[in-house]
Design a protein. Structure first.
Length: 498
């Protein structure tokens, strides 16, 4: 890896007569300031023009040129200040060329903000022009290199199947029917396609089934294990999604929130007049009256739970910390992938978050598996299976994952849907358990008194449970398993429409 930086130090005054002192400073910088254990950057040329000191700094992987430029600014300012009463206002990039060898040959052209990218076999060259000191200080350069490496890595995984390894499968069970429950519920009027795409309105019978699933999740799984309920807001700041990685992993799947610029009636007068006259939404006028989004609708409940714990040190006696939320629906823009009530833009879930030591989380994982097994076997009586899969936090980065993710990683619970065909067809993911290690506890600076803490989450999709159950057991309550009838033995009557 090679770094070739042409930069300019902007001084507070003209540098006339300073050449000898600057030359001595550069000799010292090359021996001491830019070197660590004999390795680092080197100033290979320099020039003074008025109040601008130009330098060319080159380096290898260690002691990178942009890091050296900031160290030079600090030392140069103190030297010039003492003798000449001149300071260094800023160091700016004039031209920066970075070359590195990729582990894999890029399969197609690459682009990145702030730079031009050139590729020759595995050799990748980045050229950056005219950037200010903030660009150096905020370390954009190292992040740009990392982003390019991730893009190259992702190219080699495009089209590859997600890592999936079967862990356990229940015995085969004869389904009571083979119809699509979403279609049948629509025919009966139990569910109605929502007023906006990918959303559903649940009338009393369907709502009763959904709420029964929620009670089962809380009363049979979470409450017995000591999880405590929280109620969170449905808006998630974009800064929170930066910390969790969602904003860089799936920005095209969020529903964004725009606040009004103002509540002042005069500012909205023209918009209101247009609505009254045209009886339509004047989109261009609306755009003038709303702000750029700073938040989005809940994608999953865990980011706001982590946010609520930012900077907290959890007492040892409170570990493991076991929380769950069921108050907020999740919204995800599914584009063309919608189907029935199981693949939608808005759905209802109970999300459990657990924080504790590694040993505690591995124990919680096993307890959750046993509780879910009890629900699927004894209450819903499903045909289902468990599989080790690519963790969601690796999917966001376009990485397939594999055996190394066993201890952390994600387990999916899947159910057979008879209406899709034989058991060789795609099964429906109805549940997962994930352990993510320190990914989020570090991102949100969540600590314990003594030990390193990990975290994990388990999302219970109520619509998914409902579809799996109805797909195998039908929609006639008298045919449902006795375990489920304890939660719902009779459906509410449908309103009669004339």
């Amino acid at each position: 890896m090679q770094f070739d930086l042409k930069c300019a130090f902007i001084l507070s005054g003209k540098a006339d007569g300073m050449e000898n002192d600057v030359e001595k400073f550069i000799e010292d910088a090359n021996k001491r300031i830019l070197k660590k254990r004999g390795e680092g950057a080197e100033i290979v040329s320099w020039n003074i023009k008025g109040n601008v000191l130009e330098m060319r700094i080159v380096s290898g992987r260690k002691g990178r040129s942009h890091e050296g430029a900031l160290r030079i600014k600090k030392s140069l300012g103190s030297i010039l200040g003492k003798k000449y009463k001149i300071g260094v206002r800023e160091v700016a990039i004039k031209e920066y060329t970075i070359t590195f060898e990729a582990e894999e040959k890029p399969l197609k052209e690459l682009t990145i903000p702030f730079a031009d990218v050139y590729i020759n076999e595995k050799k990748v060259t980045i050229k950056i022009n005219e950037q200010g000191e903030e660009f150096l200080r905020e370390n954009y350069v190292d992040r740009m290199i990392k982003v390019l490496q991730e893009k190259i890595h992702a190219q080699h995984y495009e089209g590859k199947k997600e890592y999936w390894k079967l862990l356990w499968q229940s015995e085969e069970k004869k389904p009571l029917w083979n119809k699509d429950p979403s279609e049948e519920m629509q025919k009966k009027g139990w569910v109605v396609a929502g007023p906006t795409k990918g959303k559903w309105f649940y009338r009393p019978p369907a709502a009763a089934i959904l709420r029964a699933m929620e009670r089962i999740a809380v009363e049979e799984v979470l409450a017995p294990l000591g999880f405590q309920e929280v109620v969170e807001p449905m808006h998630v700041p974009l800064e929170t999604w930066i910390k969790t990685g969602h904003l860089e992993g799936m920005p095209g799947e969020f529903y964004y929130i725009c606040e009004p610029v103002t509540r002042d009636a005069e500012q909205w007068e023209h918009f209101i007049d247009l609505v009254k006259i045209t009886k339509e939404v004047p989109m261009e006028e609306l755009r003038k009256n709303v702000k750029v989004p700073k938040a989005g609708v809940c994608y999953a409940q865990c980011p706001n739970i982590y946010w609520s714990l930012s900077g907290k040190t959890i007492a040892e006696k409170s570990l493991p910390l076991l929380l769950f939320d069921r108050s907020v629906p999740s919204d995800r823009y599914e584009s063309g992938g919608r189907h029935g009530i199981e693949r939608v833009d808005e759905f209802h879930r109970v999300e459990a978050v657990y924080i504790g030591t590694k040993e505690q989380l591995l124990e919680i994982k096993e307890k959750l598996i046993e509780k879910y097994r009890h629900v699927f076997d004894d209450i819903l009586e499903l045909e289902w299976r468990m599989a080790q899969v690519t963790p969601f936090y690796l999917q966001q980065a376009g990485i397939v994952g594999g055996e190394e993710e066993k201890e952390k990683g994600t387990i999916d619970f899947e159910a057979w849907l008879p209406y899709r065909g034989g058991r060789d067809k795609e099964w429906l993911e109805i549940q997962n358990i994930s352990i993510v290690g320190e990914k989020y506890t570090k991102a949100f600076t969540i600590k314990s008194q003594k030990k390193e803490v990990w975290s994990g989450c388990s999302g219970i999709g109520l619509e998914r449970w409902m579809v799996a159950f109805l797909a195998q057991k039908g929609i006639e309550p008298e045919k449902w398993p006795s375990g489920f009838k304890k939660y719902l033995s009779k459906l509410p009557e449908m309103p009669e429409f004339l």
